[in-house]
Design a protein around this ligand. Structure first.
Ligand SMILES: CSC[C@H]1O[C@H](OP(=O)(O)O)[C@H](O)[C@@H]1O
Ligand SMILES: Nc1ncnc2[nH]cnc12
Length: 290
């Protein structure tokens, strides 16, 4: 199968990477079913990358319907070691304005209905998740943003991303609650992805693209899709520039992340006691420990 060391998951508004050259559409199947769409493998800034539209290229999947395990496993099958997630978010802080970019370093889980582990079925593992983002990769993304001086875009390094279930946006009471927790942005997708990427020993970071002020802000109407569509499109243009610059920087300076050995001390079950089917389904994750 075609290989790529860098993966990109595009969220709302980012369904395609325009600058990708020599594009190949790869239909990947995984032990967890098919991913959200075909993976698009191509060359970006001289490097092979794999792009996946998180909600499908026509945005047909709800956040709760996303095949998170298949998406991450498919990236692993292609050999991805660094994964950049571009995601639309609402802002929970005055200073993070629509069109700004946030590179968060923490998450709060408010999801209710997601499978966010590869383990179970006879194998138990507990990954460390105190630092859910690969800080080295986050720094590369943030430095890429800073170097580009994008018009009207401020960069916010660090911050907490609240991951809610959706698909309805938050109530005002919830939005104020998350603000009282000190959270920075809110979205519906990145936490399960970050957990699964860590279990798959892939370095993961989020490029959060602010589209709105959620519903807490007294001077802005509560968020609706109609009101953010324009920002989604403008963010998608900027995100592609950032991703291209990030890919260039990773290729120039590849690095080893702690995420790349996240399973080393995480698996509790002796591997010779793991049922064969489970071992087969997780072979890509387990093979270096067998
Ligand atoms: C377009 S508004 C809500 C929608 O946008 C975000 O998606 P993604 O994280 O894939 O960019 C948010 O999580 C919701 O799914
Ligand atoms: N306000 C918001 N809440 C949740 N997800 C979002 N994605 C973009 N804006 C959002």
């Amino acid at each position: 199968m075609t290989q790529a060391k860098i993966g990109i998951i595009g969220g709302s508004g980012l369904y395609k990477m325009e600058a990708l050259k020599d594009v190949e559409e790869v239909q990947v199947d995984t032990p967890f079913g098919p991913p959200s769409d075909a993976l698009i493998v191509g060359t970006l800034a001289g490097a092979k990358v794999a792009f996946l539209a998180r909600h499908g290229r026509n945005h047909t999947l709800l956040p709760s319907e996303l095949p998170f395990r298949a998406n991450i496993y498919a990236m692993k099958q292609l050999g991805v070691e660094y994964l950049i997630s571009a995601s639309a978010v609402g802002s929970l802080k005055e200073e993070a304005k629509p069109l700004d970019m946030v590179v968060p370093d923490q998450f709060i889980d408010r999801t209710k209905n997601r499978v966010s582990t590869f383990f179970g079925e006879g194998i138990v593992a507990h990954i460390a998740f105190g630092d859910p983002i690969c800080q080295q990769l986050a720094n590369v993304v943030a430095d890429a943003v800073a170097s580009l001086n994008l018009d009207g875009v401020n960069l916010h390094r660090g911050g907490t991303y609240v991951c809610m279930e959706g698909p309805a946006f938050s109530t005002k009471a919830e939005s104020h609650l998350y603000r009282s927790w000190g959270a920075t942005v809110i979205g519906m997708t990145n936490l399960p992805e970050a957990k699964l990427a860590r279990e798959a020993e892939i370095a993961y970071t989020t490029l959060a693209l602010v589209t709105d002020y959620d519903c807490w802000h007294p001077d802005h109407d509560s968020v609706t899709v109609e009101m953010i569509i324009d920002n989604l499109q403008r963010n998608a243009v900027n995100a592609q520039k950032v991703i291209q610059e990030t890919v260039r920087r990773i290729t120039e300076n590849p690095f080893v992340s702690e995420a790349h050995s996240a399973l080393k001390y995480a698996i509790l079950t002796p591997l010779d006691k793991v049922p064969t089917t489970t071992k087969e389904n997780l072979s890509l994750l387990l093979k270096k420990y067998l």
